[in-house]
Design a protein around this ligand. Structure first.
Ligand code: C2E
Ligand code: MG
Ligand code: MG
Ligand code: MG
Length: 282
């Protein structure tokens, strides 16, 4: 009967949900241990500048080096870390790795920017400003070459407080980018109120080219008005790349240029892109 079927469905769902909750608890315990053991590494994805025809920036993207499961992508653990608060410790670890990388690139004489992702909870963590300050005082800190990517939902809340924080970060010599631009629900008035250096157009807009052309053009105009650099995310095809170049976008990031790569592969990938000896330059 349908009543019985309904009851079965309920037990099925609760069993399934119980299993899911258990699996999640396991991941939580494992993550805690992983953070203590620093089982994380950064991969880097180039950001290609249309004007210079070179890679002028790279985005640091975290990966979990699980001792048994191998490399685990952020989609599997960032939101759990965010919900449980573990992102505060993980974020500190990522910040340290990214800043040390920026310092070592500078020491090697490489003039390249590093951007890193800051989650909403990490932005609220008091340790963030202290750590940023500490790194900014390092004798080899490349001023203006470390960028924090924040999403629009970081900007929801007390605008005066957020503005103060962003200004302090900016004064220390960090760049500020809005990640996944166009997908948030925040009031756009923040655009002219906060010190923003860069807008990263969300990949969903790029994926819908050329249909999304009008909205991308609008974002490009907006970025120009506030003097911000504009980066297109998720550039996967030559068509995307050409469209963006023709419409005076500043930078492109995506699989068409390069997937994220580990620190060891990065110099080679940058060299190849800079040499013009790749498909995109023709
Ligand atoms: P995001 O910051 O918007 O990073 C871009 C994501 O898009 C990366 O995924 C990148 O590998 C992927 N991507 C790059 N090019 C293309 C492309 O052409 N097509 C498509 N479909 N995807 C592309 P990833 O590394 O898996 O990171 C996913 C998200 O996880 C990031 O989105 C970011 O929100 C978060 N995340 C990654 N690393 C960190 C981190 O260190 N800290 C924090 N708080 N979040 C991070
Ligand atoms: Mg990002
Ligand atoms: Mg993004
Ligand atoms: Mg994203």
């Amino acid at each position: 009967t349908s009543k019985q079927a309904g009851r079965n469905r309920v037990t099925f769902f609760s069993a399934e949900m119980g299993a899911l909750a258990k699996a999640r608890d396991l991941v939580e315990v494992e993550l805690k241990r992983a953070i203590e053991n620093r089982e994380f590494t950064l991969h880097f994805q180039p950001r290609f500048c249309f004007k210079t025809g070179t890679v002028i920036s790279v985005e640091a993207l975290v990966r979990w080096e699980h001792p048994k499961r191998g490399l685990i992508m952020p989609a599997e653990f960032i939101s759990i870390c965010e919900e449980t608060g573990m992102i505060e410790d993980l974020g500190q670890l990522i910040l340290e790795m990214a800043c040390m990388k920026a310092i070592s690139l500078h020491q090697e004489g490489r003039d390249i920017q590093i951007s890193l992702n800051i989650s909403p909870r990490q932005f609220e963590d008091n340790r963030l400003l202290k750590s940023l300050e500490t790194f900014s005082r390092h004798p080899d800190f490349p001023r203006g070459k470390v960028e924090l990517e924040i999403t629009e939902n970081v900007l929801i809340g007390d605008h005066e407080l957020i503005a103060k924080k962003l200004e302090a970060i900016s004064d220390m010599g960090y760049q500020i980018a809005i990640d996944d631009f166009g997908t948030g629900y925040s009031n756009l008035s923040y655009i002219s109120r906060f010190p923003l250096n860069c807008l990263k157009i969300d990949q969903s807009f790029i994926a819908q080219l050329p249909k999304s052309g009008p909205i991308i053009s609008l974002i490009l105009t907006l970025a120009e008005q506030i003097n911000a650099t504009i980066v297109a995310e998720g550039v996967e095809t030559r068509e995307h790349f050409e469209w963006l170049r023709n419409h005076k976008c500043d930078q492109a990031q995506g699989y068409f240029l390069s997937h994220p790569v580990d620190a060891e592969e990065l110099p080679h990938v940058i060299e190849t892109l800079n040499s013009g000896a790749w498909t995109g330059s023709q």
